[in-house]
Design a protein around this ligand. Structure first.
Ligand code: NDP
Length: 460
């Protein structure tokens, strides 16, 4: 007679939880999974996946405009938001269903319930009694954060609601300068919404390379987004004609929708961490070691709830490493170094490794290679749209420690750059790769002149 109901109980059926549960169940372990919302988590239900569909939908206006320069006559075009949202929801339901099937095929049992730890081995499942487990994995992800005291907060939406607006607004104010704010600014602007992006800092996308940040903001403005920097909400007022964002500066911005994208917080509320003795760090995230183990011996946590690198593929790899370590007896830690990421802004950004500033701080002397140019597609179209490609090289070892791009297909291109950089490629090895012509990416392997900041104007 087994001591516990399950060998492993996973709380949260998002990217990290599902991967861990499937691998553990495939090893022969008895696995239970609790999910209070829909299976698939943020990425599938209200994040990466629906967002990417929205990015695709919103890019067409730009493609239509470019097409005219290539001899096409574009007839009247119209975008049907409710139809698109309905189709998007259908596809999300299909994908969520695949996640459920995959869990079941692996042999894991799924319970639709909010889970709460009552001690280190017991999980109460709202409306479904309680279960016991030898090991527990917490993979509850994160959720949008907004300043709770802000007057008029109830009139604002987060990214969660942006996926389900009944109508496309005519005007939107988006607050924030991170991934979500710039991605949704591109989406709404592309769909013809009068879009204003307000950010408290002097530049968007903190953490990215400074040239990338400046270049991206410039290009987003060229596409029609109003970028207002050094600007923060004091309150939001509902009026007869919509909403007014009253800024700390005294500025007032009218819109139909105000969206806050001011960061996300680990979702630990109501989880019963105290009852199980699980410690959180100063940011409120579950504290874990390199193997994703918490301070409680039989409890692990992966993904955004641990606030390490909050990206879907990272959560998946952390979940897989947990399962390898615990259920296959192969101690595995996920290496969080050199994780590439993309911002699906318009134009998009791809980035891997250190920014110039971080590299100078960490490594001392660095060589910089930077190119800003008009891709041939847009030169032909007579459009003033520029790409940026930048390499950061450690001077002493000549290893490439950072690669950053803004421009069409940057997220696709950066994936391959990340392979070489993760392997420790040097600049001369990189340059020995023959260019693929004519492509935008060939510029990556043809930059020979070191960049000194004063050149920026000349290069541009
Ligand atoms: P981010 O942490 O990326 O950005 C939050 C933004 O809000 C920052 O610009 C920050 O400014 C600003 N901010 C924070 N607090 C306040 C405040 N009180 N008043 C005004 N501004 C404030 O969060 P996001 O919500 O955009 O995204 C969350 C995470 O989700 C990302 O970090 C990323 O890991 C992940 N994600 C990844 C995507 C991808 O891979 N493409 C897409 C979407 C999300 P400041 O810089 O000054 O602190």
């Amino acid at each position: 007679m087994a001591k516990y109901d399950y060998d492993l109980f996973v709380i949260g059926a998002g990217s990290g939880g599902v991967r861990a549960a499937r691998l553990a169940a495939m090893s022969g372990a008895r696995v239970g999974v609790a999910e209070e919302h829909r299976v698939g988590g943020t990425c599938v239900i209200r994040g990466c996946v629906p967002k990417k569909f929205m990015v695709y939908a919103s890019e067409f206006a730009h493609h239509f405009k470019t097409a005219e320069s290539y001899g096409w006559s574009i007839g009247e075009s119209r975008f049907d938001w409710p139809a698109f949202i309905a189709d998007k929801d259908k596809e999300i339901a299909r994908l969520s269903g695949i996640y459920v099937t995959n869990l079941q095929n692996a042999g894991a049992e799924l319970v639709h319930a909010k889970a709460r730890l009552t001690d280190a081995h017991t999980v109460a499942l709202e409306g479904h009694g309680q279960v016991t487990a030898d090991k527990i994995l917490i993979a509850t992800g994160g959720r949008p954060w907004s300043p709770p005291e802000l007057p008029g907060l109830e009139h604002t939406i987060s990214s969660n609601e942006a996926f389900h607006l009944a109508q496309l607004p005519k005007r939107i104010v988006i607050a924030g300068g991170g991934y979500i704010a710039v991605e949704f600014a591109g989406i709404f602007n592309g769909l013809g919404v009068d879009t204003t992006l307000v950010h408290r800092g002097p530049n968007l996308l903190r953490g990215f390379d400074d040239n990338v940040r400046a270049h991206a903001a410039e290009e987003m403005e060229k596409r029609g987004i109003k970028v207002v920097l050094g600007c923060q909400h004091a309150r939001v007022e509902k009026t007869a004609s919509g909403l007014v964002s009253h800024m700390v500066s005294g500025q007032a911005l009218e819109s139909d929708v105000v969206m806050f994208a001011l960061g996300r917080e680990p979702y630990v509320e109501g989880l019963g961490l105290e009852a199980a003795g699980v410690a959180v760090n100063e940011k409120g995230a579950i504290a874990v070691d390199d193997y994703s183990r918490t301070n409680v011996e039989n409890i692990w946590a992966v993904g955004d709830v641990t606030d390490r690198i909050n990206l879907t593929p990272v959560a998946i790899r952390e979940g897989a490493a947990f399962a390898e370590t615990v259920f296959y007896d192969r101690p595995t830690r996920f290496d969080h170094d050199m994780v590439a990421s993309a911002v699906f802004s318009q134009p998009p950004i791809g980035s891997v490794g250190m920014s110039e500033a971080d590299a100078r701080h960490a490594l001392g002397k660095v060589d910089i290679y930077l190119s800003r140019f008009r891709p041939m597609k847009y030169t032909f179209a007579g459009a003033d749209e520029r790409c940026l490609i930048k390499l950061v090289v450690e001077a002493s070892s000549q290893k490439i420690v950072g690669c950053h791009m803004v421009g069409p297909d940057a997220p696709e291109i950066i994936q391959m750059a990340a392979v070489a950089i993760k392997m420790g490629v040097t600049k001369s090895q990189w340059d020995s790769t023959c260019a693929v012509h004519p492509t935008l990416a060939e510029e990556l392997v043809t930059m020979r002149e070191k960049f000194v900041p004063a050149d920026l104007g000349a290069v541009a």
